[in-house]
Design a protein around this ligand. Structure first.
Ligand code: TTP
Ligand code: CA
Ligand code: CA
Length: 619
């Protein structure tokens, strides 16, 4: 381990000094302490081999080795197949060699003429488009079971197969119910409500969870987990235990009712919960007690921590010539900030297991939906556009109608068509979406077809389109009176369709498509999961694309990895930015990856390249 000499003697930074905070009656009786709550408990629950598990449920397979393919690349491997040493990084040929009886399922795809995606024998990326709709639906089912099973918890869907669950509220209720004496401040309590709680009772950690060892010499494989836990119990430990019981019950219910096994991590914050969720996959849950945090974090290679992967992790490794969290602990905060900018405080804190982000339920309505396709075989004739528009329309129709099952009055304001060559500026057209009762493939394809004509109709000479997307924006719930307008408008006798919102604004649109306009940027959209060469960030709506050099190769898997790495790095940027925003008022002007904040030139010069952000891919 190489520690710069000038840091010797500055060991204060190594302290994990808040692992056993004093917990008083105020802490148990007050309910709005937020992230400062010493009884805070957060879990991350992730589905095991999710796409593979979805396919197993669909096909009624229970324990056969199975992988899910997207074109030539393996994107999910079930646990029976992992026993053969197969991973996502293998070529299909190698995977088959390792396990000749391997079941191989290609993800569903859309092809023209079908309103629903399907599973076909011969899929071709030149004519088909990947559909993740089935996985999205199964994901919603799992998510609904979290919500039903844990009505008092705050739940944040973090990705297609994982969710953060803030157990603080239900755990507090359970604590007061199980230990009712906690709600009575004793008459002789010296500091009233600020008196520490009495010592906690002894508890049995049970058998439903693994426990991360507290001592580094405890070999967790061979040592009885209970004996590696001999640190005095705290009320926070009891809170973790109660959360573990609730988490376990929901996980068992999900496995029994839906057939999906999940793994969960339970700890004091989101970062730590996520970090320990995969401790013993599959179908397991893990508790990280506060006392176990240092022992768990210190030996970790910091570049494997999601937030410290990518260029920032590389820069840290290079700067200090070290690899583990423990190696970086002696670096004082001031030094991180001098080298990497003010917002480097989050690096300093993450290394100590501190994460101040909240579990926040996201809005149930996705404001936009995008169906996109990168075309290996470019569209060169205007007449070839409608094929892809129908394919994209089928996906949009399915997704909107899925969303409408939950909220029947959802309505998209606008339909936008983007077509581009490579990943330069896309040409776009958008128009108010016609107000019809049923949003069928035909309705969308007709509206999209019209946009296509407007976009390319007057182009003379050849066209070359390698990227095409169709998207809804401004999806909102209309109210009941607007719905009756919808059914009125739906009648074929009605022409000159008006949209309720436009009526409210007193500016009825003259015709469905008259106010189409050129827009230069890609649409605001959720991440275009299916696109294998670029993605649009959910948060900043920026589209990031693979380099033309990589795109010109036929290394589909290499492209997939590069794209995954780019996504990770980009979301790390947002993480850094959000932490900086939450904690450091003076670094509020840290630029997002999408917008430039004008700063006086002189200041820019003084600051130089702006801190941490230079370590993130921004295009
Ligand atoms: P993960 O949760 O990363 O992996 P997993 O669920 O397959 O396996 P594990 O048991 O280790 O959690 O991803 C969830 C799904 O997302 C996965 O089943 C397939 C999809 N996915 C991709 O399509 N491409 C990728 O690069 C990754 C990482 C996942
Ligand atoms: Ca998973
Ligand atoms: Ca996951």
């Amino acid at each position: 381990m190489m520690i710069p000499t000038h840091q010797k003697g500055k060991n204060k930074a190594q302290d994990f000094d808040d692992l056993d905070p004093v917990i008083t009656y105020r802490h148990i009786l007050q309910t709005n302490l937020g992230i400062k709550d010493p009884l805070r408990v957060v879990a991350l629950c992730d589905s095991d081999a999710f796409y593979a598990a979805c396919e197993m449920v669909r096909l009624g397979v229970t324990d056969k080795p199975l992988v899910v393919l997207q074109w030539e690349g393996i994107i999910a491997v079930n646990y029976p197949a992992r026993k053969f040493g197969i991973s996502r990084f293998h070529k299909l040929k190698d995977a088959k060699e390792r396990c000749p009886e391997l079941m191989i399922v290609h993800v569903a795809t859309y092809k023209e003429g079908d309103a629903e995606p399907g599973y076909w024998d011969n899929v071709d990326s030149r004519t088909h488009k990947v559909s993740l709709d089935y996985y999205r639906r199964e994901s919603s089912k799992v998510f609904s079971m979290f919500k039903e099973g844990l009505p008092d918890a705050e739940i944040e869907k973090a990705s297609i197969d994982e969710a953060f669950i803030d157990f603080t509220k239900p755990v507090r209720q359970a604590l007061l119910q199980r230990y009712p004496y906690l709600s009575q401040i004793p008459a002789d309590a010296p500091n009233g409500v600020d008196t520490p709680l009495p010592p906690p009772p002894l508890i049995d950690w049970g058998t439903d969870s693994h426990l991360i060892p507290i001592y580094s010499n405890a070999d967790s494989e061979s040592t009885d987990e209970e004996t590696s836990q001999s640190a005095p119990l705290t009320w926070h430990d009891i809170a973790l235990r109660l959360a573990a019981e609730m988490m376990h019950k929901v996980r068992v219910d999900i496995a029994t009712q839906l057939g999906y096994t999940t793994s969960a991590g339970i700890a004091r914050n989101k970062f730590l919960a996520k970090l320990c969720a995969s401790y013993r996959k599959p179908y397991s849950q893990t508790i990280l007690r506060n006392q176990a945090i240092p022992c768990y974090l210190k030996p970790l290679e910091f570049q494997k921590i999601r937030f410290l992967g990518g260029k920032l992790g590389q820069a840290l490794a290079k700067e200090y010539d070290v690899s583990t969290v423990a190696d970086l602990l002696p670096v004082p905060l001031e030094e991180f900030q001098a080298k990497f900018g003010e917002s480097a405080i989050w690096v300093y804190e993450i290394l100590r297991g501190i994460d101040r982000s909240e579990v926040k339920e996201k809005s149930p309505v996705n404001k936009s939906m995008l169906a996109a396709k990168a075309l290996q075989k470019p569209i060169t004739k205007i007449d070839d556009g409608p094929h892809w528009i129908r394919v994209l329309a089928a996906e949009l129709s399915l997704r909107l109608n899925d969303a409408r099952k939950e909220r029947p009055n959802l309505w998209p304001k606008t339909l936008a068509l983007h077509a581009g060559h490579g990943y330069g500026t896309a040409r776009s057209k958008q128009a108010p979406f016609p107000f019809t009762k049923e949003v069928t493939v035909n309705v969308i394809a007709a509206a999209g077809g019209k946009l296509w004509k407007e976009l390319v109709g007057n182009v003379t000479g050849t066209i070359k389109v390698t990227y095409i997307s169709l998207g809804f924006t401004g999806i909102e719930a209309t109210d009941a009176s607007q719905q009756s307008i919808a059914s009125f408008l739906d009648s074929p006798a009605v022409t000159g369709v008006k949209r309720p919102n436009e009526e409210k604004n007193g500016k009825p649109s003259k015709s469905r498509h008259r106010n189409t306009q050129r827009v230069r940027s890609r649409p605001s959209s959720p991440s275009a999961d299916q696109n294998t060469t670029s993605f649009t960030c959910l948060e900043c709506h920026k589209t990031l694309s693979l380099s033309p050099k990589l795109l010109s190769t036929s290394d589909v898997l290499g492209q997939a990895y590069a794209l995954a790495a780019m996504k990770d790095e980009h979301s790390d940027f947002h993480f850094a930015e959000s932490v900086a925003r939450e904690m450091e008022p003076e670094v509020k002007e840290v630029r997002g990856p999408h917008k430039k904040v004008k700063t006086p030139k002189i200041q820019e010069k003084e600051i130089g390249p702006r801190g941490i952000e230079k370590f993130f891919n921004r295009t």
